[in-house]
Design a protein around this ligand. Structure first.
Ligand SMILES: NC(=O)c1ccc[n+]([C@@H]2O[C@H](COP(=O)([O-])OP(=O)(O)OC[C@H]3O[C@@H](n4cnc5c(N)ncnc54)[C@H](O)[C@@H]3O)[C@@H](O)[C@H]2O)c1
Length: 409
């Protein structure tokens, strides 16, 4: 019989003194090794394990290399480098069914591959060996935290902690309680991750959390403009960088991320939102995936990386303004809708997009700057032109436009 939910406040994380808080990390791939490095750099003792032989050894090499680079750049001294490495217990034996090595951990962060069944099985086994007051965190990007928690004894101790890649470099962590997470687990986790010198935001357990949801139009609307033949990818990228102030254009960024990954995220959002038309994937991106033109990693995506010259952008001011305004108004709409549906506060949405994906400004602060009807008017015009629900303004954007209100104070 499952035990009743509790919120005793006696969770191990309430005491976040590094020497009394041992952190477990399961999965020593790109994310797990980065998270282990972050926790150890903040003074915590970490146990890092993986099911695959050799994975932990590779993680150890990667962490060493990453720390060496910091030493070379003068950002870390050699003594501290040694201390960070000595705080990580690299558990080299492949993890099997027995996870008792983690039993003294106050918190275990799971960073195994994105598979619900595998994560549920892992949490079930971890819950059996951990102290009852230990916290279980998942680094999932796309699964529901509730569904992972459902497999676990004392599910109120389960929470999402979504780091960005590479974890030692990217400042943002989305903290994602599911509807049953104990308030003190939420509070303790946020205090702990803040103490790791990360910027935390709180997101509801909804598809894409904040960043992967609010960023969708940056790709989706750019693809739509491209697919309609309004402009080519070089022109759209130029407009978003030079007029929008974004560091990378959407097509450069998709080529960098990989179309297999980017397409899968969009498709996942489309399906898990029950077919929200704003997230509808692009057929031209699907064709790139079909062809194996996955971007930089395969030498070809929207651009060529094999020495073949790429087209030069058109810098026609009228066209480029149209492009940047259309993408920006869709981004602002998405950010407003995330606030409307209580995914996060306006402040956390703005912070997340700046710290998670380097946006030049918080989207809602940007909207306030441009004026309460700026994005609304553009969306109304797009909706009238296309007759598509995709362009409907968020009720919150409509409300603020009518009231001439602001997102921030
Ligand atoms: N890579 C990213 O950009 C990124 C960003 C944020 C979140 N995430 C999420 O983080 C998680 C890990 O992603 P990644 O990119 O580090 O993956 P990865 O493939 O680099 O590493 C996953 C590791 O988990 C190990 N593993 C698999 N099943 C295991 C099990 N049952 N027990 C122990 N170890 C197991 C694998 O051997 C592998 O070493 C995923 O949930 C992913 O969605 C990834």
């Amino acid at each position: 019989m499952s035990e009743p939910m509790r919120d005793s406040g006696a969770w191990a994380l309430v005491n976040t003194a590094p020497h009394q808080t041992r952190i477990g990390v399961v999965g020593a791939g790109a994310m797990g090794s980065g998270i282990a490095q972050v926790a150890a750099a903040a003074g915590y003792y970490v146990l890092l394990g993986d099911a695959m032989a050799g994975a932990v050894r590779r993680a150890q090499d990667n962490i060493r290399t990453s720390l060496d680079k910091l030493v070379e750049k003068g950002k870390l001294d050699a003594q501290k480098r040694g201390m960070i490495l000595s705080r990580i217990d690299f558990f080299e034996e492949p993890l099997g069914m027995d996870l008792s090595a983690y039993r003294e951990c106050s918190m275990v962060i799971e960073a195994i591959h994105e598979d619900l069944g595998a994560k549920q099985a892992l949490f079930g086994r971890l819950a059996a060996v951990l102290e009852p007051n230990a916290v279980l965190a998942t680094n999932t990007s796309s699964l529901s935290v509730a569904s992972i928690a459902s497999a676990c004894v004392r599910p109120e101790r389960v929470i999402g902690v979504h780091f960005f890649n590479p974890a030692p470099v990217m400042p943002l962590v989305e903290i994602v309680p599911w509807m049953g997470t104990s308030p003190s687990v939420l509070e303790g986790t946020r205090v702990l991750v803040d103490s790791w010198k990360k910027t935390t935001v709180q997101a509801a357990d909804t598809p894409g959390f904040i960043v992967n949801r609010v960023a969708r139009p940056y790709y989706g609307e750019a693809l739509r403009i491209h697919d309609e033949g309004i402009a080519d990818c070089a022109t759209i990228d130029w407009a978003m960088k030079h007029l929008g102030g974004f560091k990378m254009g959407p097509f450069e960024l998709m080529d960098f991320i990989g179309h297999d990954v980017n397409f899968a995220v969009t498709r996942g959002m489309y399906e898990s939102s029950f077919w929200e038309p704003r997230y509808k994937p692009s057929l031209s991106q699907k064709r790139l995936v079909d062809a194996g033109f996955l971007g930089r990693k395969t030498g070809r995506g929207f651009y060529r990386y094999d020495g073949t010259p790429n087209p030069a952008p058109s810098t026609n001011p009228e066209l480029c303004t149209l492009i940047s305004e259309r993408v920006l108004s869709m981004l602002i709409n998405e950010a407003a809708d995330a606030v409307f549906y209580r995914v996060a506060t306006a402040s956390d949405v703005d912070l997340a997009m700046q710290k998670g994906v380097n946006y030049p400004k918080g989207l809602l602060a940007w909207s306030d700057e441009l004026g309460p009807t700026w994005a609304f008017d553009r969306l109304v015009a797009l909706q009238a032109e296309y007759g598509e629900d995709r362009y409907r303004p968020s009720p919150l954007l409509r409300r603020l436009a009518l009231a001439k209100g602001r997102f921030h104070g």
